[in-house]
Design a protein around this ligand. Structure first.
Ligand SMILES: Nc1nc2c(ncn2[C@@H]2O[C@H](COP(=O)(O)OP(=O)(O)OP(=O)(O)O)[C@@H](O)[C@H]2O)c(=O)[nH]1
Ligand SMILES: [Mg+2]
Length: 211
């Protein structure tokens, strides 16, 4: 963790399929950690971009999607982090949703490749799943070809990895969480609602132990 914004590797990257709530989680977690205004750096494929300060409402309005894929390039967010009397900055990386199929848009394909590199370079990986969607088709969690199964297998091997089952505020969310815990008993699985801020204290504890 650093005390000033730097452009190096992220402390924790947030990864998962499109539309699972990666961006909303990053923004709400920053807010929950005490941040009113956010420092955001948006990369475009091949360029690192500059830091921009935005208020949370604007960030949510601009960056959280109604039609996926919304995040089309890596997005860095600085989160204040109290350690004793010092405030450090946690560097969170919001990534481009990963899909099973090869995407027809070359820019998105490139952004997905950059996402994979960023995952390998980050200290911690937070893998977000959509709880209600999992509840509809839990067998997917055992399908070797499924992108979530592949991320999860990689994460488990590398360590410093947790699964965040999101959208617990929605019907089916809790059933999705139980399905993930049953299918992946060896993983650290935390239930969250990015919308409501549920489970954020557990995510913070997980990060504190591993950073
Ligand atoms: N009810 C509910 N909706 C959520 C939650 N988290 C995200 N959403 C909604 O899910 C949709 C997608 O959220 P995003 O944060 O843009 O998802 P993403 O994973 O960043 O999507 P991409 O950038 O396309 O990969 C938006 O409409 C959010 O408002 C949650 O915890 N509860
Ligand atoms: Mg996004």
């Amino acid at each position: 963790m650093s005390s000033t914004p730097v452009d190096g590797a992220a402390d924790a990257c947030v990864v998962g399929r499109p539309g699972v709530g990666k961006t909303l989680f990053v923004l709400r977690f920053a807010q929950w950690s005490g941040q009113r205004r956010l420092l955001v750096r948006q990369e475009s494929p091949g360029s690192s971009g500059g830091w921009v300060e935005v208020d949370l409402a604007t960030a949510v309005e601009r960056l959280v999607g109604t039609s996926t894929p919304t995040t089309r390039a890596l997005q860095h967010v600085e989160v204040p982090w109290r350690q004793g009397k010092r405030t450090l900055r946690l560097r969170l990386l919001d990534t481009v949703g990963l899909t099973d199929a090869i995407h027809p848009d070359p820019l998105l394909r490139r952004a997905m490749a950059e996402t994979l590199t960023a995952v390998m370079e980050s200290l911690v990986v937070l893998h977000v799943l959509d709880g209600p969607r999992i509840a509809q088709r839990p067998a997917r969690l055992l399908d070797e070809d499924d992108v979530d199964v592949q991320i999860s297998r990689y994460g488990q091997r590398r360590g410093r990895y947790a699964v965040l089952v999101n959208k617990l505020d929605r019907p089916g969310g809790r059933a999705g969480l139980e399905a993930v815990r049953r299918a992946w008993p060896q993983r650290i699985v935390l239930g969250i609602s990015a919308l409501e801020g549920w489970g954020f204290a557990s995510v913070r504890r997980f990060l504190q132990r591993r950073l």
